[in-house]
Design a protein around this ligand. Sequence first.
Ligand code: ZN
Length: 367
Amino acid sequence: MEDSARVKRYHRTGRILSVAGFLVDLAILLTLLLTGWTITLRTLAVHCTTRPWVAVLIYLGLFGIITHVTGLPLNFLQGFWLEHRYGLSNLTLAGWVKDELKGVALGGALAALGVEFLYAAIRRWPEHWWILCAVVFIGFFILLANLAPILIFPIFFKFKPLENPSLTERLLELSRRAGTRIKGVFEWKLSEKSKKANAALVGLGNTRRIVLSDTLLAQFQDEEVEAVLAHEFGHHVHRHMFQGIAIQGGTTFLGFYLIHRTLGWLSPHFGFQGAADFANLPLLALVTVGLSLLLLPAVNAHSRAMERQADAYALRAISSRDAFISSMEKLAELNLAERQPHPWIVLIFHSHPSIEKRIAFARQLPA
Ligand SMILES: [Zn+2]
């Protein structure tokens, strides 16, 4: 089925806004670095205090205000304007502002923790800090994956145990067949903010749970919900989370090592007083962004391969492929998905195969 002009426009506008947002971030980092303003901000922070960690915090606060304020217009266009223009959002402007403030508080606290640890490690172990930081950051990502369903998601959304015993039992049975332990099935009040539908297997260990958006529950038959979750269990059966942690871990090591080398090499050119001089934060961010951008096509190709594996598992795990196909159709409709994105766009931007390819894959299996 051909994508409508409306669907194409929605995605094209979204991509333009994302790329523009990325370019604005890049421009700010380069400006701070090349004009020497980052040195001015650092000097200001150092004048206020004799404690290195307080100076880092002051600098980070100023850096955060500058990058956040300049990024705000595009954040608004992407997160609020675009979704409303295409009738996909139930979020009020006040709701958007509230979520922004919560995001800033949470993101700021996590950034402060990470950046303080990073510069403390550089001050203490100037040669080997990058090994320690990689290990600690990976451990922290895993801890966050465990804590997110109980600490972070509830800051933004309401959840309650699913009040549908037969669907709950059906999904628990599916989880038993996949050999995974689930601590409950929850209804996710997404409709307060969005018209889109979503379902996921979230958390790690004792927080592992199924979350189903109320928007999905309102539109999907039980066997369609089962098909969506069977795909999620496919990720579990194929141990994709461990693959993800391994790749994220390898990238984190590589990233910190590259930062270590870049700082040694470029610090004198920008007037930094050694690697522990936190005025180098924009340079550090640029190395991270550059590496993510380089790896993006490979990371997305790997992700699409994992998605195909999860689909293959789902189609074996459920009794009817029709439920899988109709769940795809409904998701595409509710979420205004692009069924036939351009192959180049898929290659660079998409972590999932197109809906059209996923449906074609299901159809070619023997009934
Ligand atoms: Zn998936």
